[in-house]
Unconditional design. Structure first.
Length: 144
């Protein structure tokens, strides 16, 4: 038996199989996936806020009275609660961005990405605990 025939017989015996895929979805719902999803959602939300902000600020050149009307709409409780959502989105997006930088540029970043995710969540909660009560007092008349 030639060496060529032996190699082709060995190759046929060790058939290469494709890796098994998880049933249903490729996403496992772990910290990395949720971080990715939240980063995209907060990024899009911040983009649309900035778009609206530029447009409403541009109204002042068209009509100062219309601009004042828009600003008065922003003083409603509903939009005050929207400011809480905006600060929450900006805070999470910024902190997660720092996490992504650490993962990319720190040699041990990928090893500690789960821990970094939970650190981001903890810092984000601390940020909101400091901001939300003060904003609620401002919205509902508890502060000047």
């Amino acid at each position: 038996m030639s060496s060529q025939a032996a190699r082709s017989g060995a190759a046929a015996a060790t058939k290469i199989r494709s890796p098994k895929r998880p049933a249903g979805t490729l996403y496992r719902g772990r910290e990395g996936m949720w971080s990715w999803v939240l980063h995209r959602i907060t990024g899009v939300a911040i983009f649309f806020f900035l778009l609206v902000h530029v447009l409403d600020t541009a109204v002042v050149r068209i009509s100062p009275e219309a601009y004042n009307s828009v600003i008065n709409e922003y003083k409603t409780p509903l939009l005050g609660l929207g400011e809480i959502a905006l600060v929450a989105a900006i805070g999470l997006h910024a902190l997660n961005g720092l996490r992504i930088i650490l993962i990319d540029f720190w040699s041990a970043g990928t090893r500690h990405q789960r821990l970094l995710f939970w650190i981001v969540i903890a810092l984000w909660i601390v940020l909101l605990v400091g901001f939300v009560p003060r904003q609620l007092m401002h919205i509902f008349g508890g502060a000047a």
